[in-house]
Design a binder for this molecule. Structure first.
Ligand SMILES: C[S@@+](CC[C@H](N)C(=O)[O-])C[C@H]1O[C@@H](n2cnc3c(N)ncnc32)[C@H](O)[C@@H]1O
Length: 228
């Protein structure tokens, strides 16, 4: 059930296991639908081929599939893809495993809209660079990429360099074995994006949501693959 999406907190104290799962299910469906409606839907038309990069359990992909011709939802984790196919299926939604070296088995220039939420924070700059190269290969000319990136200054977030400079045993173990959560400097992320061949990004805050979730108040980078 992709446990990091199903939080036990004060609001569901005292619920049975079934009631808790159903309440967290509803919360995920609603919050991921709001994210798509607020931040992605305006770029998607009935003919759009959409790529969800780092789809997790597929709540965003199911929401996007209501507006697009097709949604390809990809992730590096077999477990998460297995959950997603059971929890969130739709006739125009296909789940795809990101392969070795980040390759996605799709034709070049086949995607109109890419979005990625709560993913890039978990990869270092080297992996982000290879993701951008693959997205550039898949994007049609003028395709739009909506990419959530946590910027320096967010409470309790550290830069990759700060994680790497912690030479304590705990710090090294966390970097190697834990869930990495890297903040970025806007100019550094912009440099990686433009070096991959995309336009300079428009950077904005995701503040239209009106919901408490992991994206609210954090930053969106919106960029395009230039027309030929
Ligand atoms: C916090 S979840 C976000 C899921 C979904 N985007 C959402 O917001 O509901 C991060 C997801 O990114 C995936 N991920 C991490 N690194 C990845 C990579 N290099 N390529 C593809 N997916 C990756 C993880 O397996 C995980 O499912």
């Amino acid at each position: 059930m992709s446990p990091h999406y199903f939080y036990r907190n004060e609001s569901n104290q005292g619920l049975s296991r079934r009631e808790f799962l159903e309440s967290e299910w509803s919360r995920n469906v609603a919050s991921r639908q709001i994210l798509i409606d607020c931040l992605v839907k305006k770029y998607v038309g009935p003919d759009s081929a959409v790529l969800d990069f780092g789809c997790g359990p597929g709540f965003l992909a199911a929401a996007a599939s209501k507006y697009a011709k097709s949604v390809i939802a990809c992730d590096i984790s077999d477990g998460v893809l297995a959950c997603a196919s059971i929890l969130n299926s739709a006739p125009n939604l296909r789940y795809v495993r990101v392969g070795q070296q980040g390759a996605i088995d799709l034709p070049a220039e086949s995607i109109d809209v890419v979005y990625s939420f709560a993913v890039i924070q978990h990869v270092d700059d080297a992996v982000f660079t290879s993701i951008l190269a693959e997205l550039h290969r898949l994007a049609k000319p003028d395709a739009v990429v909506i990419c959530h990136i946590v910027l320096q200054g967010a409470a309790n977030w550290k830069l990759e360099a700060e994680w790497k400079s912690d030479m304590s045993l705990k710090g090294r173990a966390k970097l190697r074995l834990g869930l990495n959560c890297f903040a970025r400097v806007a100019e550094d992320a912009t440099r990686l994006i433009t070096r991959a061949g995309f336009s300079a990004p428009d950077i904005s805050k995701a503040s239209c949501l009106g919901i408490q979730d992991d994206i609210e108040g954090q930053h969106l980078f919106l960029f395009r693959k230039p027309r030929k």
